[in-house]
Design a binder for this molecule. Structure first.
Ligand SMILES: Cc1cc2nc3c(=O)[nH]c(=O)nc-3n(C[C@H](O)[C@H](O)[C@H](O)COP(=O)(O)OP(=O)(O)OC[C@H]3O[C@@H](n4cnc5c(N)ncnc54)[C@H](O)[C@@H]3O)c2cc1C
Length: 322
C-alpha cells in the first residue's frame, strides 16, 4: 500500500498563501493518524526562501529555477508525477483555486488517482478517508469515502485553521532540478489586474451594500456612514455588475476575501458566494428587511428593518455622539 501525504504549496512571488498552511495543518493531522510521512512541494523562482517555514512537514521538495516565473499546470503535474511515483505517495492536497482546476484532473489522469474537488473537510476513520465537498457555492455538500485513501483533493480556502500548519521546526529540504522536459504550453506573461482605488482587504471597517440599497444614488448613505465611523464602502456582486462600484470593491467568491474588525451588510441577502468572502469578519452587523435572510445566520447583530429608515437614524445618532 502506498503511503505519504503531499501538500502542493500555493504562493505568489512574495508570500505563501494561507491555504498552504491550512493544507499543511490538515495534512499533518491526517499523516499522524494514518502513521504516514508528510511532504510538501514548492515550485517557482525563489521558492527556496519559503521552505524553512514548512517545518510541520517531514520533507520539503523545492524546485526553484529562474525559468519558472509562474508554474503552469503542465509543469506542476510533470514534477508531481515524478515525486509521487518515486516516493509512493497516496494522497495529494492542492489549493482549491484556479491551480487545482488545472492540476487536479491532469494529475488524476496521469496517476490513475481520483480527483475530489472543493473539499471543506477530510476525516480519517476506521481505515477510510471521508472527504466533504462544497458544491454550487454551498448549496450542496457531497461526501466521498475512499477506502484505499488514495486521491488528489482540492482544499477550499478558509476550510481549516492556517495556524495548525505553522511550526518552528526546520524541515528536511530536498532540491529537485527543473525537469526541462519540452512542455507543450509556454507561459507568456503575467498581467497584473488594475490597481483598485481602495484595498478593501486592508480596511478594518467595511460598510457593504447589496441589491437592497435600491439605487446607485442611495450608496451615498453608506459613504456618509463611512465618513463617520471610518473604513470603506464595498458591495455584493449585483452592485458591481451594475457598474455602481468598481470591481475592486466586490466581496465574495469571485471578489475579495476580507477579515475586517467590523462588516456592516446593508441589504445583502447572504448568498453562499457572498458569505465566502466575509464570514471571517470579527463582527458582522446586518440590516435587512427580510427576517429570514440568510445573512442573519452569520451576523452577530441583525436589524430587521428598511435601510432607508435605520441607516439615516444611525447616522444622526453617531453625529450626536461625536
Ligand atoms: C459563480 C458565482 C460567483 C459569485 N460570486 C459572488 C461574489 O463574489 N460576491 C457576491 O456578492 N455574489 C456573488 N455571486 C452572486 C450571489 O449568488 C448572489 O446572487 C449575490 O450575492 C446576491 O447579492 P445581494 O445579496 O446584494 O442581492 P439579493 O440576493 O437580491 O438580496 C438583496 C437583499 O436586500 C434585502 N432588501 C431589499 N430592499 C431592502 C431595504 N430597503 N432595506 C433592507 N433590506 C432590503 C432583501 O430582503 C434581500 O435579502 C456569485 C454567483 C455565482 C454563481
Amino acid at each position: 500500500m502506498s503511503k505519504g501525504i503531499l501538500v502542493l504549496a500555493d504562493h505568489t512571488k512574495e508570500v505563501i498563501t494561507d491555504v498552504s498552511y491550512e493544507m499543511l495543518g490538515i495534512g499533518r493531522k491526517l499523516a499522524d493518524s494514518m502513521n504516514q510521512p508528510l511532504y510538501s512541494l514548492i515550485i517557482g523562482d525563489g521558492a527556496e526562501k519559503f521552505a524553512s517555514g514548512f517545518g510541520i512537514a517531514d520533507k520539503v521538495f523545492v524546485v526553484a529555477d529562474k525559468k519558472i516565473e509562474i508554474a503552469i499546470p503542465e509543469l506542476i503535474v510533470q514534477i508531481l508525477k515524478k515525486i509521487v511515483t518515486e516516493n509512493d505517495i497516496s494522497l495529494i492536497l492542492v489549493a482549491g483555486t484556479n491551480i487545482s482546476s488545472g492540476v487536479g484532473p491532469l494529475l488524476a489522469a496521469k496517476l490513475d488517482y481520483r480527483f475530489i474537488h472543493f473539499c471543506k473537510n477530510l476525516i480519517y476513520e476506521n481505515g477510510e478517508l471521508m472527504a466533504t465537498s462544497q458544491l454550487f457555492g454551498g448549496k450542496i455538500f457531497s461526501e466521498t469515502v475512499l477506502n484505499d485513501c488514495k486521491g488528489i483533493f482540492s482544499i477550499l480556502p478558509g476550510s481549516f485553521p492556517a495556524e495548525a500548519g505553522k511550526a518552528s521546526r526546520f524541515p528536511e529540504i530536498i532540491d529537485i532540478p527543473h525537469p526541462d522536459d519540452g512542455l507543450k504550453i509556454k507561459f507568456k506573461a503575467f498581467i497584473e489586474p488594475e490597481a483598485g482605488d481602495v484595498d478593501v482587504t486592508k480596511e478594518s471597517i467595511l460598510v457593504s451594500v447589496g441589491r437592497g440599497i435600491g439605487s446607485s444614488d442611495n450608496i451615498s448613505i453608506a459613504d456618509e456612514l463611512v465618513e463617520i465611523i471610518g473604513g470603506a464602502v464595498c458591495a455584493s456582486r449585483p452592485i458591481i455588475d451594475q457598474g455602481w462600484l468598481p470591481l475592486s470593491r466586490q466581496i465574495g467568491k469571485s471578489g475579495m476575501i476580507v477579515k475586517p474588525k467590523l462588516y456592516m451588510a446593508l441589504g445583502i441577502s447572504g448568498a453562499p458566494e457572498h458569505i465566502e468572502g466575509m464570514k471571517d469578519a470579527e463582527l458582522i452587523i446586518a440590516v435587512n428587511k427580510d427576517s429570514a435572510a440568510p445573512i442573519f445566520n452569520v451576523a452577530q447583530y441583525g436589524i430587521c428593518a428598511d435601510i432607508d429608515d435605520i441607516v439615516p437614524m444611525l447616522i444622526d445618532k453617531l453625529k450626536e455622539r461625536k
